[in-house]
Design a protein around this ligand. Structure first.
Ligand code: ADP
Ligand code: MN
Ligand code: MN
Ligand code: MN
Length: 336
């Protein structure tokens, strides 16, 4: 019996790329091969030379179709089989190889918002729900919208073998989070992209759409981020390296902010558990800082840090590459 391979890739939309996928029927016993698509429909090629190439980079069992069907995360190449300009994975891989001796680990907290009938799930028509306060980690039909989708998504990630490490309802009504990791720079981003695809796909069956908009509702409502937790072998061993990592990130704050997702100024206002995007600071237990050192890390004198700046709509290949590059080059005494 042939099986179905769902090829998932990242398109060329700007400023924020989105996921695409299509199905290939593959002969039993064969691995998912190199494939292609029409790049002129995904902002990746002109119509006159539209072919782009899909090369499988991560294959998992398909938890939705089941059986021998597969999910295939693919990177986009041009027809010379070189990384396409929209392919941010290639640079992430090069950086991961260069600093492999540091054994960098990432745990990414993906926040997102469900939408139903054109408004955040749970919001009344033409008005506002009760102010924030009870929704974060809440329970009950007056606080929670979309838990059935979250449960189905979590189960699907586990069944696919994705390293999902938790979920929670968020501060804004209709907003949720899941975490992936800890994993290496490339693996964390690969798995996050696939987990995002599963979220969109599963929410489809509930007639709900999931969005990564960093500030879905202006005003006194929390935005959506992708807090990125990070450690190296030195940081997991001593506090000097933890502090050095915080210092290193401060020296490159502008570059990081520019590449942490479109619309970051709307989210990092200094309110709603954020530091203003124009400033950089770090602190123990401080959820109003750019970078937080968790209290257990300060207590034990080793561990990891949380970069709270990345937006929900960030490209995790770019975020893990930048953090790895900035921190590991600094720890090596040769800051880039
Ligand atoms: P928060 O308290 O900010 O909500 P979460 O529990 O949502 O934190 O997420 C913490 C993330 O940090 C998880 O994805 C976890 O896997 C990851 N993590 C834990 N230890 C490390 C480590 N040493 N290096 C990198 N990431 C880590
Ligand atoms: Mn969290
Ligand atoms: Mn959160
Ligand atoms: Mn966090």
């Amino acid at each position: 019996m042939p099986y179905r391979a769902e090829y998932i890739w990242i398109d060329g939309q700007k400023p924020t790329a989105k996921l695409r996928s299509k199905t290939k029927i593959v002969t039993e016993g064969e691995a998912p091969p190199i494939w292609g698509f029409d790049g002129s429909s995904t902002e990746q090629a002109p119509g006159s030379s539209s072919d782009c190439v899909l090369r499988p980079v991560m294959v998992k069992p398909d938890p939705i179709r089941g059986g021998s069907d597969l999910l295939v995360l693919a990177e986009v190449l041009d027809i010379e089989l070189e990384p396409h300009e929209s392919n941010t994975r290639a640079a992430c891989r090069a950086t991961a190889e260069r600093y492999a001796g540091h054994e960098p680990w990432f745990g990414i907290e993906q926040e997102y918002t469900f939408y139903k009938d054109g408004r955040p799930h749970g919001w009344p028509i033409g008005g506002f729900p009760a102010p924030q306060g009870g929704y974060y980690c809440g329970v009950g039909a007056d606080e929670i919208w979309g838990r059935d989708i979250v449960e189905a998504h979590t189960k699907a990630c586990i069944d696919a073998g994705i390293s999902i490490s938790g979920t929670n309802a968020e501060v804004m009504i209709g907003q949720w989070e899941f975490q992936v990791g800890p994993l290496g720079p490339v693996e964390a981003a690969d798995e996050l992209w696939m987990a995002r695809w599963l979220l969109y796909r599963i929410a489809e069956d509930f007639d709900v759409s999931a969005h990564l908009n960093p500030k879905p509702v202006e005003g006194d409502w929390n935005g959506a981020g992708a807090h990125t937790n990070f450690s190296t072998n030195q940081m997991r061993d001593n506090y000097e390296a933890v502090i050095a990592a915080c210092e290193a990130l401060g020296k490159k704050a502008d570059v990081h902010i520019q590449h942490y997702g479109a619309g970051i100024e709307r989210r990092l206002t200094g309110l709603h558990e954020t530091a203003p995007w124009t400033e950089y600071n770090y602190g123990v237990s401080d959820r109003g800082a750019s970078v937080r050192i968790p209290w257990q890390v300060a207590k034990e004198g080793k561990g990891y840090i949380e970069d709270r700046r990345p937006n929900a709509n960030c490209d995790p290949y770019v975020v893990t590459r930048l953090i790895t590059e900035t921190v590991c080059s600094y720890l090596d005494g040769e800051p880039i």
